[in-house]
Design a protein around this ligand. Structure first.
Ligand SMILES: CC(C)(COP(=O)(O)OP(=O)(O)OC[C@H]1O[C@@H](n2cnc3c(N)ncnc32)[C@H](O)[C@@H]1OP(=O)(O)O)[C@@H](O)C(=O)NCCC(=O)NCCS
Length: 143
């Protein structure tokens, strides 16, 4: 498995498709709902195995020193094999290199443990997505 940024149109198409299939389609959300207005300025990473994109994640900056991670998703049959962790660590490396002193994210309730295992702490309950998915603001301070 390698972790890299998507570069070709095909890679970006597959990257956004994975996001949509894992994070939006199960809640009947339309294509396009997997993107926001920060895509242009964000750091995009994907995990590739034998030419297939099996995981993805994104980071952007909220200020000079605060980065935010969004849209972490791993192909269902590849979950729990270290793919998500590898993407998260690489996103962290990239934002730290660019000056992040703090990383925030909004975690779905069912994956709080995944982020806790990677050094994030729950700050408070944040929003509820699609009326059902509770989210929690989590933070990791960089020394
Ligand atoms: C959440 C997600 C990105 C994690 O990626 P992953 O590749 O499955 O996770 P990893 O295998 O790298 O897990 C790293 C550690 O976190 C744990 N972990 C992963 N997902 C977990 C979960 N849902 N609940 C509890 N622990 C979890 C793993 O057991 C592992 O623990 P270990 O280091 O003690 O062995 C992935 O499971 C996923 O796409 N889930 C569905 C979409 C989603 O909810 N995304 C997050 C939106 S906020």
């Amino acid at each position: 498995m390698i972790i890299k940024s998507p570069s070709t149109q095909k890679e970006f198409d597959d990257y956004y498709d994975l996001r949509w299939r894992i994070l939006r389609s199960p809640w009947n959300q339309p294509k396009g709902s997997e993107k926001d207005d920060k895509e242009q300025d964000a750091i995009h990473l994907m995990a590739v195995e034998e030419g297939k994109i099996i995981g993805c994640g994104r980071a952007h900056f909220n200020s000079d020193t605060e980065a935010q991670i969004r849209y972490m998703a791993v192909e269902t049959e590849y979950q729990n094999k270290g793919v998500g962790k590898a993407i998260l660590l690489e996103l962290e490396n990239k934002v730290i290199e660019k000056g992040a002193k703090k990383i925030v994210l909004n975690a779905r309730e069912n994956v709080i443990k995944f982020y806790q295992k990677n050094g994030y702490k729950v700050v408070k309950e944040s929003h509820t997505l699609f009326g059902v998915i509770k989210h929690y603001l989590m933070v990791k301070d960089i020394e």
